[in-house]
Design a protein around this ligand. Structure first.
Ligand SMILES: NC(=O)c1ccc[n+]([C@@H]2O[C@H](COP(=O)([O-])OP(=O)(O)OC[C@H]3O[C@@H](n4cnc5c(N)ncnc54)[C@H](O)[C@@H]3O)[C@@H](O)[C@H]2O)c1
Length: 242
């Protein structure tokens, strides 16, 4: 049991919520950063940890204040999982600047912002931290109606690799997990025709469940993954095999 603090963004629902439960199960003290209240009444509720900050990752000042409060009240974290994300499927030619900026703010700059706060705390505290960024298979194979989102997620992969090189000297590891389609609200928001095409493209012939992603995260933050950094792991039933 680790008793380390782990911060998960986007932990109020879907994949992030399951990651919180998984990290609690293996002994972390977890903290959730989300812009939406936790769904406390979901079926099969597991313990999702001890602290919650209602904060939007696009709000630089709000995130900075919440981070400082968290470090003083809970302690400097050893793990950051950047899972907050958002998308609305649309043909690229129909989208506009405002939509692109919203996607970039949440899916790319949200990760950048949180990662810098985490690294500064971890380096100051001499913690051998681990960052896991949740990107997407859309970044690796492309995804029609998700062009700018896919670009953001590809940016997250490149960002993670570059930061991994910078902070390896502190013993800090940074890895990226790429889910394929996973049964969460984001997935069920896609049109039915898009969803059935997704299943058809997956060699293991099912979409993922949040526990598939949480298991990979739990491994990557554990000591078993101590020699793994700068990597991109697809968790997608074989959708990509790069
Ligand atoms: N579900 C899928 O099929 C799938 C596939 C590939 C990648 N992903 C990625 O996995 C992650 C989790 O997705 P999910 O399917 O669980 O979605 P979800 O909508 O169920 O959960 C996303 C969570 O992020 C939070 N969030 C969104 N924007 C935020 C912001 N600006 N500030 C703070 N919190 C914010 C939401 O409130 C929500 O709790 C996302 O990064 C998503 O891009 C999901």
């Amino acid at each position: 049991m680790s008793h380390e603090v782990a911060v998960v963004t986007g932990g109020s629902s879907g994949i992030g919520r399951r990651i919180l439960e998984e990290l609690v199960e293996v002994g972390y003290r977890t903290v959730c950063f989300d812009r939406a209240e936790r769904e406390l009444t979901q079926a099969g509720d597991g313990d999702i940890g001890e602290a919650f900050f209602l904060v939007d990752v696009t709000d630089a000042g709000g995130v900075r204040d919440a981070w400082a409060q968290m470090v003083s009240e809970v302690g400097p974290p050893g793990v950051l999982v950047n899972c907050a994300g958002w998308e609305r499927a649309s043909w690229f030619i129909d989208t506009d600047e405002e939509f692109w900026r919203e996607l970039v703010e949440i899916n790319f700059l949200g990760v950048v912002r949180m990662t810098q706060l985490f690294l500064r705390s971890a380096i100051d505290a001499g913690v051998r931290g681990r960052v896991i960024n949740i990107a997407s298979e859309a970044a690796r194979v492309g995804s029609a109606r998700e062009a700018v989102y896919s670009g953001c997620k590809a940016g997250v992969i490149g960002f993670g690799k570059s930061v991994a090189r910078e902070v390896a000297r502190y013993g800090i590891r940074v890895n990226t997990v790429c889910p394929g389609p996973v049964e969460t609200k984001l997935y069920f928001d896609q049109p039915e025709e898009v969803r059935s095409k997704m299943v058809g493209a997956i060699p293991l012939r099912r979409v993922g469940v949040p526990a598939d992603i949480a298991g990979a995260v739990a491994f990557l933050v554990s000591e078993k993954a101590d020699f793994i950094t700068g990597q991109t792991l697809s968790v997608s039933g074989g959708l990509t095999m790069a």
